[in-house]
Design a protein around this ligand. Structure first.
Ligand code: ZN
Length: 201
């Protein structure tokens, strides 16, 4: 499966001049929601991810995703693994489980995102799962932005990766892009104006 091509064909891998959420500039941008527009593509990607997790012998009871970005990926992964799907969401900036979702003591949980950048949201979810007595058995994402190390990849963990070091992380592909501080951005230097995308685009 060529994940990069799937992203490109879905218009989810954009090329241009973008301001990332970190404030840095890049000539590429992943708009993961676009790849999940097509439910068949979403389930195909989730099935491939589920295969990796099953092959690694990871036992799972539940997939938990951080809303909003992770919900579709998490739901499809849960379907592919034939387990329960729940999500956590931010209220007043604090991540929590709402809507009657419960965690049993010792319940084995995978935290699933559409894309893992530094893993900040995934770790906020991991913290509440652990506090509620659940066990975080793995992290999963369709795409890895290249800051964290996923299973079966040569991409090394960077200092800004927040995921637990001893918990496996499964993703379908690494998307490592060149990034520039605004003052050192070659596209800015050539007079090109950067645009900000993200959930507001
Ligand atoms: Zn720039």
């Amino acid at each position: 499966m060529n994940v990069e091509n799937i992203y490109k064909e879905a218009g989810a891998l954009l090329e241009g001049h973008f301001i990332l959420s970190s404030g840095n500039h890049s000539s590429k941008y992943l708009q993961s929601a676009k790849v999940l527009e097509n439910p068949k593509t979403a389930s195909l990607l989730a099935e491939a991810l589920a295969e990796m997790i099953k092959s690694a012998g990871i036992e799972v009871d539940t997939v938990c995703a951080p809303a909003l970005g992770g919900v579709i990926a998490g739901y499809e992964l849960a379907r592919a693994l034939d387990v329960r799907s729940i999500f956590a969401e931010r209220k007043d900036n604090v991540m929590s489980l709402r809507r009657g979702f419960e965690i049993q003591k010792g319940e084995k949980i995978i935290i699933c995102e559409d894309i893992i950048t530094t893993g900040g949201s995934a770790m906020e979810v991991a913290k509440i799962i652990t506090e509620l007595g659940g066990e975080v058995v793995a992290f999963a994402a369709l795409a890895n932005r290249g800051f964290c190390h996923r299973q079966n990849s040569g991409v090394q963990r960077k200092d800004n990766c927040k995921l637990l070091e001893n918990t496996p992380f499964f993703a379908l592909a690494d998307f490592e892009f060149e990034m520039y501080e605004p003052e050192n951005c070659p596209m800015c230097k050539s007079g090109n104006v950067a645009i900000k995308l993200g959930s507001r685009a």
